[in-house]
Write a protein of this length. Structure first.
Lengths: 632, 100
């Protein structure tokens, strides 16, 4: 097993990782979606609350201003004609109320001893912070014509002015609360004012902004900005200007709702931003604008963190899984090593113990069983091999005995010479030859027992013994064959048989007497002229039929003639392409033979011709050659 | 060696195909056991597609002949290829086995 990338631990861990990652991705998405919805709903609420907070904050200031003015009014009513008190009253208003940056009490023409203008004014100097009091009515500042004086007088009620830039005392953006002064008879005699700075308002209302980048703006009853983070807009622009500039219908709707004193919530800027707005008691309206981007930035960051931690978690899961699985599958590695050891031939290799009772345990059981089986098989194989070896060695001994029965000495004889050979095939066969030199006659034979193996060898031994016994008696050829046949037929239930060619060369008469019991025709090679197969009555192979009437034949034989006896191992020798040596090649060989060679050399020549023909192909049958030369 | 045996009305028609040599002689003997143990009166063996027989094969034919003769039935081989017939002739088997 390789402890690299392709381990089970790695693969399983990867699967676990993939599945977990997929599930967590889905969970993250769902959490993202739901949290977005929750945040969206919450944001509306938060914005609404912050609006309410800011409104109540401003209302408090406005209320304080209005109450302070009301209180002073009471005192002013009780001190008619007291010039000094008027200065003090305004000074009192400014010093006692940090929200009030200026205060004036302006009287009707002629109210104070026929003076056309009398308007004590106390203000906080915007540059120095000093509190100063002046009388502000004169030719160049005819306050009776100014809005803060004229409108409340005309409408006969306290009211807040539209915001304006005061060039007189304060020198800053402000809005003025004007209260008409009336005597006990209800006669109007002047206006009491208090100014509040708008700069202050802007910072005050933006203190409470619920989200980063959100902002609050205050507009007057006409929609003009009273407070706005961008101070250039204050007094210079109305909310309608902004709406018209952007061309956003939603924003226009917001502007209209605001100036008509309604409270509400609306998205605008293609739904990317949302506004909450609500009226103040003095006719102003407060607007809080938030951006969803900002609102969702948090949730985005939250999700980002979540993904980050999930990734860390997944990495931990992966390595943890891998470690656990690796530990759990450790026996597999050990099994693999044990199997490898067994594969190398050590069948006693220890199979590692498994503590668990799972598939690994059953695998171990299988391995154990396999090991047991192999060892058992080896034991059996060893004993089989041993008995096979014994059997084979016995066969070899049998083969040796069989071959030993054939004559291997070819003594010098007068008038003729004989050489013979059997080249056995791998399997024990039943080829045989023999010869008996008896007086003038040389008896010789070649035979081939049917079948192979031990039965053939045994049968051959019987045949050869019979021939040896009968051949030495000096009987006629047919008689020899009949006796051999009869002795073979005796008890031959298995229908074994032997094809036999037996001949007798009479050196004195110069004749060949022969009898063929079903064997291949032998070759006669005269000293001059072509070789030929000796025509012979086939009779019947020996061992088959008791008392078969074998017939012998006789031909004169020229001196210098050769006789070549052979078995079908020669003519049926097969080369790789299944072509057999055949009778024609045998004739060709005989014709090409040098007439002067000895019987021995002729035999070897034929054998080498056959070997050359089959060219290394395993010999499938015994090759037996008997070479006889009849000479002087 | 392929052996096909058809039986009709007490006659067996046998078809032999291929080579009969030492390696498959035992199998051949098993294949023809029904003929040896059967009761057919006539056994007709078609040797058209028989390519070769070894001496071991000859022995099988001989054993068949012997058992068939013993129960008084007839065995006939026919359409033998010349080189196969030659083996039967050389060994003298033609004397004891009917070859048509």
């Amino acid at each position: 097993m390789v402890l690299g990338r392709k381990t089970i631990a790695n693969r399983l861990s990867r699967y676990v990782l993939l599945i977990s990652a997929g599930l967590l991705l889905v969970v993250t998405l769902l959490v993202g979606i739901f949290s977005r919805e929750i945040i969206e709903g919450g944001s509306t609420e938060i914005a609404g609350k912050s609006l309410d907070l800011a409104i109540s904050d401003i209302e408090k200031v406005i209320g304080e201003v209005e109450r302070a003015v009301d209180n002073v009014d009471w005192f002013v009513q009780r001190q008619p004609g007291n010039r000094k008190f008027m200065y003090e009253a305004t000074r009192e208003l400014v010093t006692a109320n940090p929200n009030i940056i200026g205060s004036a009490v302006a009287f009707e023409p002629g109210y104070f001893r026929g003076e056309r203008w009398f308007a004590p004014y106390t203000y906080v100097d915007a540059e120095t912070g000093e509190i100063r009091s002046i009388q502000m009515g004169n030719d160049s500042y005819d306050y009776h014509q100014l809005e803060w004086y004229r409108v409340p007088r005309l409408l006969d009620r306290a009211m807040w002015s539209e915001p304006y830039f005061d060039e007189g005392g304060g020198g800053q953006q402000m809005a003025t609360f004007s209260l008409p002064l009336k005597d006990t008879t209800g006669h109007f005699f002047g206006i009491l004012t208090s100014d509040i700075s708008l700069d202050w308002l802007s910072s005050r209302i933006n203190e409470t902004s619920p989200y980063a980048l959100s902002y609050a703006a205050l507009v007057s009853a006409k929609g003009i900005f009273i407070a706005h983070p961008d101070s250039t807009r204050i007094l210079n622009m109305s909310i309608f200007d902004v709406a018209a500039e952007s061309g956003d219908a939603d924003m226009l709707a917001i502007a209209e709702e605001m100036v008509s004193g309604k409270k509400g919530f609306k998205t605008f800027h293609n739904g990317e931003r949302f506004a909450v707005y609500g009226p103040l008691s003095n006719g102003w309206s407060l607007l809080v604008v938030n951006s969803y981007d900002v609102v969702f930035m948090d949730i985005f960051l939250f999700n980002l963190w979540m993904v980050f931690f999930l990734l860390i978690g997944l990495a931990g899961l992966y390595f943890g899984c891998r470690k656990v699985i690796r530990r759990q599958t450790m026996p597999l590695v050990e099994f693999s090593q044990a199997a490898m050891t067994m594969g190398k031939g050590n069948f006693q290799a220890m199979i590692p113990e498994v503590k668990t009772k799972d598939e690994l345990a059953s695998l171990r059981k299988s391995l154990e069983y396999m090991q047991w089986s192999i060892n058992d098989y080896i034991r059996e194989l060893k004993s089989t091999t041993a008995s096979n070896e014994r059997y084979e060695s016995e066969l070899n001994i049998a083969r040796g005995i069989q071959m030993g029965m054939l004559p291997h000495n070819f003594p010098e004889m007068t008038g003729c010479s004989l050489h013979a050979m059997v080249q056995p095939a791998k399997e024990v066969g039943g080829d045989m030859y023999d010869f008996v030199d008896a007086g003038d006659c040389l008896y010789f034979m070649v035979g081939d027992v049917s079948g192979k193996g031990v039965p053939a060898a045994l049968f051959m031994a019987i045949a050869r013994a019979a021939f040896r016994f009968v051949g030495a008696m000096g009987l006629p050829m047919a008689e020899v064959m009949q006796r051999v046949n009869n002795s073979l037929c005796d008890g031959n239930d298995n229908m074994m048989f032997v094809t036999l060619f037996a001949g007798c060369l009479d050196r004195k008469k110069g004749t060949l007497t022969y009898c063929n019991a079903g064997h291949n025709p032998i070759l006669v090679v005269p000293p001059e002229g072509k070789a030929r197969f000796l025509q012979a009555k086939p009779n019947l192979a020996a061992g088959l039929m008791l008392d078969f009437p074998y017939e012998e034949e006789c031909i004169p034989l020229q001196k210098g003639s050769r006789l070549i006896l052979y078995t079908d191992g020669v003519t049926e020798a097969e080369r790789a392409d299944m072509e057999q040596f055949g009778e024609q090649r045998l004739l060709d060989w005989a014709d090409s033979l040098n007439p002067d060679v000895s019987a021995h050399a002729a035999m070897l020549s034929l054998y080498s011709r056959v070997k050359e023909f089959i060219r290394g192909v395993a010999q499938n049958d015994d090759i037996t050659i008997v070479s006889v030369l009849y000479d002087n | 060696m392929n052996v096909k045996i058809n039986e009709e009305e007490g006659k067996a028609f046998v078809k032999l195909e291929g080579r009969l040599d030492t390696t498959n002689a035992d199998q051949f003997l098993k294949d023809i056991t029904p003929l040896m143990e059967g009761a057919q009166k006539e056994i007709d063996i078609d040797c058209t597609d028989m390519e070769y027989t070894s001496s071991q094969g000859l022995r099988m034919f001989l054993m068949l002949q012997k058992t068939v003769s013993a129960r008084g039935a007839r065995l006939m081989l026919h359409n033998m290829k010349p080189h196969v017939k030659e083996v039967f002739d050389i060994t003298g088997f033609s004397h004891i086995i009917t070859i048509l």
